[in-house]
Design a protein around this ligand. Structure first.
Ligand SMILES: Nc1ncnc2c1ncn2[C@@H]1O[C@H](COP(=O)(O)OP(=O)(O)OP(=O)(O)O)[C@@H](O)[C@H]1O
Ligand SMILES: [Mg+2]
Length: 292
């Protein structure tokens, strides 16, 4: 059993992080990502996603617990850990004064990666035509694609992405998810990705952990999380007293599921990961609570 666990590409075990000043950003998080899996970290602003990824990338020192990347402890072997994976950070690390190619070359030299890997990667992310243009002139989507290409220079078996699609339009977001999926299915890359876009995570992630206030409050496949909630969601009109409507719906024929309040309109629809998120996280607790 132990050996199986040790061979997991990513292991986070009882992780805690309290920042100087006392913010308890991570309060005992444990999860394992299996080989070739796309694992999503979902959670509201300030949940602790970037902090958790920061520990895995060795940029944030854990306060307690363990984190292993490719079997290497982030505290003991930070350099080997960083070599073992590609990282796309929430905040861009590109140098705007350089071209796309120059950014790639900078990174290749830093990590002693042969420069002949640059052109195929720029091609793979569709940036060949703009490679010699300054990154300053790139759109948000182009910058994200360049960051993914940069993260792949070392041919990592593990890829960490922190909000890779934040602030991009739906088409570009969809293209980026397809790219992530292709890396996983084509090359077996293991992916840990944080995102706010739950509908997208639902379609791409094999499993997701929902983080809230530094703790994992749910961890499963998207479809099982949705099934746990009930397959259907009823959006009720919220009047002064929703009690009688709820009582009526609760006595409706079986098969409809437990009624749940998420908005101001009445509807019956299939549940989504978004509903699971709204139901479980504190961000929306006040909105979803049904008076007794
Ligand atoms: N360097 C820091 N010093 C002090 N507190 C920090 C630091 N970085 C993050 N925090 C705090 O830790 C908590 C978790 O932040 P974190 O960035 O990990 O959340 P997140 O889930 O990534 O949020 P977002 O979705 O907004 O990116 C927040 O309360 C945040 O203010
Ligand atoms: Mg973050």
């Amino acid at each position: 059993m132990m050996q199986v666990t040790q061979s997991r590409p990513l292991i986070v075990d009882g992780l805690t992080k309290t920042y100087p000043g006392g913010v308890r950003a991570v309060r005992g998080i444990s999860f394992e990502v299996t080989e070739g899996e796309i694992f999503g970290l979902l959670g509201p602003n300030g949940a602790g996603k970037t902090t958790t990824l920061g520990v895995l990338t060795t940029l944030v020192r854990p306060s307690g617990g363990r984190a292993l990347v490719a079997g290497l402890d982030v505290r003991d072997e930070p350099l080997a850990v960083r070599r073992a994976m590609g990282v796309v950070f929430q905040d861009s690390v590109l140098d705007n004064d350089f071209s796309g190619f120059q950014n790639m070359r900078l990174h290749a030299r830093l990590w002693r990666v042969p420069e002949d890997r640059i052109a195929p990667l720029l091609d793979a992310v569709g940036l060949t035509g703009r490679a010699s243009d300054g990154v300053r002139t790139y759109s948000g989507g182009m910058k994200r694609r360049l960051e993914i290409a940069r993260a792949l220079l070392g041919r990592p078996r593990i890829l960490l992405l922190d909000e890779p699609t934040l602030g991009l339009d739906p088409i570009v977001r969809s293209e980026l998810w397809q790219m992530i999926r292709a890396l996983q299915s084509g090359q077996g890359v293991t992916v840990l990705v944080s995102t706010h876009y739950l509908e997208e995570a639902q379609g791409v992630c094999d499993r997701v952990a929902i983080i809230d206030q530094g703790k994992i409050i749910a961890l499963d496949t998207p479809s099982r999380l949705i099934a746990d909630l009930g397959q259907h969601v009823l959006d009720l009109g919220v009047g002064a007293d929703p009690g009688p409507v709820l009582a009526m719906l609760r006595s409706a024929p079986p098969g409809l599921g437990e009624p749940m309040r998420t908005g101001s309109t009445v509807s019956i629809r299939p549940a989504t990961l978004n509903d699971v998120f709204l139901h479980l996280t504190s961000a929306a607790r006040a909105r979803t609570e049904v008076p007794a």
